[in-house]
Design a protein around this ligand. Sequence first.
Ligand SMILES: Cc1cc2nc3c(=O)[nH]c(=O)nc-3n(C[C@H](O)[C@H](O)[C@H](O)COP(=O)(O)OP(=O)(O)OC[C@H]3O[C@@H](n4cnc5c(N)ncnc54)[C@H](O)[C@@H]3O)c2cc1C
Ligand code: FES
Ligand code: FES
Length: 480
Amino acid sequence: MIRFLFNDELVCLDDCSPDTTVLEYLRTIAEQRGTKEGCASGDCGACTVVIAEAIDGQLRYCNVNSCITFLGGLHGKQLLTVEHLQQSGALHPVQQAMVDLHGSQCGFCTPGFIMSMFALYKNTHSPSRAEVERGLAGNLCRCTGYRPIIDAALSLAGKSGQDQFSDSEQATLERLTTLVSETPTGQLTYRGRHFFVPTSSDELASLLLTYPDAKLVAGGTDLALSVTQQLQQPNVLIYTGRVAELLTITDSDAALTIGAGVSYSEAEPLLHQHFPAFAELLDRLGSLQVRNQGTLGGNVANASPIGDTPPVLLALNAVLHVRTGDQRQSIGIDDFFLGYRHTALPESGFIERIEIPKQPDQQLSVFKVSKRLDDDISAVCAALALVIEEGHVRAARLGFGGMAATPARALKAEQALIGQPFTEAGIVAAQQALAQDFQPIDDVRATGTYRLMVAQNLLLRAVYEQGADKEQAMEVVQYA
Ligand SMILES: Cc1cc2nc3c(=O)[nH]c(=O)nc-3n(C[C@H](O)[C@H](O)[C@H](O)COP(=O)(O)OP(=O)(O)OC[C@H]3O[C@@H](n4cnc5c(N)ncnc54)[C@H](O)[C@@H]3O)c2cc1C
Ligand code: FES
Ligand code: FES
């Protein structure tokens, strides 16, 4: 059985199909159709709902795309939709702001915008314009235009975030805590198919031994598309989002170690502190809805050649801590990607955590080149971890995405860089060596020629950024 709060109503379910999405539940089972379906692939935000979770004695409100969130993942949480915002017939402050500032025309996108704005209202009391844009970048509107919508969100600045949910926060926290302590694990079973919600690494390891063909679900932002777009029907799904060991972050002098089930949004503050260029990349990964669910573990295990974090993890020489049954092993990221979407993860194995070594003398530059700034997949992603002494490159690890069938290091370019001055002239041989490292293909995002030229130009951009010549560095991007 899974148990969650639907606003303040306790819902207990046990015989739903394991791949039911929250959107499907809302529209067809709960018959609450305020939440809309646009793309069913996490891109448009029409289906945005808010999930509240008890973390460290507080409720954390996250806006997520319900079309790519599996229902079983709600176990122990509170689900809030646009139907829950009005109280005694009065509009919630975010709804009132949208009315006052004329933020809606056809209204199809409006429930999604309202829920993203509601999460912003609860989490950021006086959002700046940049924070508003970041908070709403995962919601698309085809007719109103964004100015009035952004104005509506900005008009909430200075409001306290108080509403009926603040009034009942303590009671909700207590109900969620009781719910989780009464029923720690969750399960949906329907016609021999299962969704499991384990709470420990031991349980997860044992479930994977019992069901070696099971699919792990972390944020589900990749996996759910195989259900909503490719209409696959996995027999067994196992959710990692409540497995304590996968949700921890350890920050030591030697390394930052992030549990494979930690969402990007949770990992971001510490990444910002230790690897700011990495954290800046996360701002460009999907939308806030995607980052609230998606994980480093899922990005790595998915092994997409255009995933954004593997190039950075390659540059930073990360180590994956993997468990299979009772066996634990460490796999260096260099040895993990074996072929197109093929990894060194053993059968019934899973990633517990990702260790990112700290190397104080290393300088990290990360570049994502895509057609749009927000919520777009990379044509090329490059991460350069360099040690530069007296103007010369002493050590180099270059990770690239979009250049080969897997995320990959540019080994020849690295060799060509080492010992050279890190200047426009000093990187020419490395730029040429990139053509030996990679023969990228043409696809819908870019041609191979373009990809190679961009990758070569990104080395130049790193030189300019090193010289703190941001203007020149930006010009390189325009040429790229
Ligand atoms: C709208 C949208 C925009 C996106 N934009 C980007 C983008 O800009 N850049 C980018 O890189 N990606 C992007 N993605 C893809 C996706 O969000 C990321 O790859 C994300 O990191 C996947 O993490 P997840 O936790 O959601 O993975 P899931 O979907 O839960 O899992 C992905 C795969 O990893 C496996 N897995 C999960 N956890 C583990 C584990 N602990 N051990 C072993 N295997 C595991 C799953 O079984 C599955 O095969 C986008 C997706 C959407 C829907
Ligand atoms: S329907 Fe488009 S993001 Fe869910
Ligand atoms: S109001 Fe019509 S799509 Fe936004």
